[in-house]
Design a binder for this molecule. Structure first.
Ligand code: BGC
Length: 485
């Protein structure tokens, strides 16, 4: 591929940059990332609202579990549809649609309709979350300049964690202040509705992704967007050339479907699928949902028990934004998986010393301390690494022509495993004990480290087009993120 070298020798991979980005870039990314906020609001809603829902709708535990889990089912379908939506209607319209679904789902829920409709709404919210979890990282990675692509991509996760934090907090307060649950529940839903409306309206102001515009042959429009987001003509030229070059190289494929059967696509899809699978198999959502119970074992109840996990989760996503560009993706994945491994083993051992149904007063202070520290360090480990990086890498590794298919599949895998874990963890714990589940999570952490070492490429600071060219050239998967020699 002599022409590749010619092209790149004329155009250094990432232009010299003043280090300043137009404010509009941050505004665009923030509005788009509101999709992440809604993801978090809906995901985190259950932890501190389920009791109120159970009271209002007279649900038993399994009905309440069904209500919670239907979000994941909607998420899988949303992810599936979003690939088609994003490809045929564009990234922007898909975000608008997600904003609409979020708004409708939460406002109808706030009217406290019959349970079947309420469940349908949660399914609809899941659909929105599925679409957002696909389109937001894709949009951010395609619209943000390469040097801050990682940080902007991480913004998605930050918004998820802010959403989980916010809704946990507001739900606790609403439940405390409004004792009549019939009055409290609509307000809980209206909090989500408020942000949904902001997202819905805000997305109309977003520009379309320049890469999608180019894919559809709308170069003029792509140029207009780049003029808005980039500082200099040189940067615009380079960006356009890189996109054109990638499109021209992949235009040789008659049907984009044919690329699906190329060895390198299969390789990256396996990386994406395993990344998302491990992101769930390390047990994050089980920890988020059941942390108050674990804190309860340690004799801690109330606000501290309900707010510690969402707070740690949100706070430690901030350093990730910076570290993902400084240390790179892989180092963070190692650090996170090792932290989670150690803490799961420690918590598992602590649980072995606690008899089932034990009175917290009889539990030794050593075990309590280990449990508390383990939960906090575990959440830190996830927040700083696998939370943001799994989504980020999945938005970076797929060739443009099949990016939607790739992200669709990996997002569906994320939601499928999220649903499976949420649906079966309690039963597993009842049958085999809490320790066994925690040890199982720690085992997955070890597998995750081996997987990152063997297969995951470092994608820090390299353009999406370079990654794609390296893949097509047959560069080893682990090395496709290394800059050209
Ligand atoms: C995961 C969610 C999880 C959240 C916690 C996301 O990256 O995909 O399943 O609830 O992080 O912050």
């Amino acid at each position: 591929m002599a022409s590749d070298e010619q092209f790149y020798s004329k155009h250094p991979s990432i232009p010299e940059h003043s280090g300043k980005y137009k404010t509009i870039v941050y505004i665009i990314c923030t509005i788009a990332a509101l999709g992440g906020l809604l993801f978090g609001l809906d995901q985190g809603f259950i932890a501190n609202a389920l009791d109120t829902i159970k009271t209002d709708y007279h649900l038993d535990t399994s009905q309440a579990e069904n209500y919670s889990a239907v979000l994941a089912t909607g998420g899988v379908l949303g992810a599936l549809l979003s690939g088609l939506l994003a490809r045929y209607f564009g990234r922007k319209k898909s975000l608008i649609f997600a904003g609409f679904v979020f708004t409708a789902g939460s406002l109808i829920s706030a009217m406290l309709p019959p349970i079947a409709i309420l469940e349908l709404c949660r399914f609809g919210l899941g659909l929105g979350v599925g679409i957002a979890s696909f389109v937001v990282p894709l949009y951010l990675s395609e619209t943000a300049p390469a040097k801050i692509r990682g940080s902007m991509g991480t913004l998605f996760q930050l918004m998820i964690t802010i959403g989980i934090f916010l809704i946990s907090l507001t739900n606790v307060f609403i439940a405390k202040m409004i004792t009549n649950s019939q009055h409290a529940l609509p307000i809980m839903f209206l909090v989500i509705g408020l942000f949904a409306i902001v997202m819905f309206i805000g997305t109309f102001a977003l520009p379309e992704s320049p890469r999608w515009l180019m894919l559809k042959g709308k170069k003029d429009k792509a140029l207009k967007v780049l003029h808005k987001t980039m500082n200099t003509q040189a940067e615009i030229d380079l960006e356009i050339k890189e996109i054109e070059y990638t499109l021209a190289s992949s235009a040789k494929e008659k049907f984009s479907a044919s690329i699906l059967f190329k060895g390198y696509f299969l390789k990256v899809i396996i990386v994406g699928v395993l990344l998302q699978m491990f992101q769930q198999l390390v047990g994050i959502n089980v920890m988020i949902y059941y942390a108050p119970e674990i804190f309860g074992y340690a004799g801690m109840k109330g606000l501290v028990a309900m707010m510690t996990v969402p707070t740690v989760n949100m706070l430690f996503t901030f350093p990730a934004i910076y570290l993902v560009e400084k240390w790179g993706r892989k180092k963070l994945l190692y650090v996170g998986a090792i932290c989670m491994f150690i803490t799961m083993v420690a918590a598992g051992l602590a649980f072995l010393t606690i008899a089932k149904g034990a009175d917290p007063a009889t539990i030794g202070s050593g075990s309590k301390l280990v449990l508390l520290l383990a939960v906090i360090v575990y959440i830190f480990g996830f927040a700083v690494s696998w939370g943001p990086v799994a989504w980020l890498v999945c938005s970076e590794i797929f060739p443009l022509k099949v990016r939607e298919v790739g992200i669709t599949i990996t997002t569906m895998v994320n939601w499928t495993f999220a649903g499976l874990l949420m649906g079966y963890s309690l039963t597993f714990m009842e049958q085999f004990g809490t320790s066994s589940l925690l040890f199982l999570f720690s085992f997955f952490c070890i597998l995750a480290v081996a997987f990152v070492y063997l297969f995951v490429p470092e994608t820090k600071g390299i353009t999406l087009e370079e990654i794609e060219l390296n893949l097509a050239k047959g560069v080893k998967l682990k090395d496709v993120g290394n800059a050209r020699k």
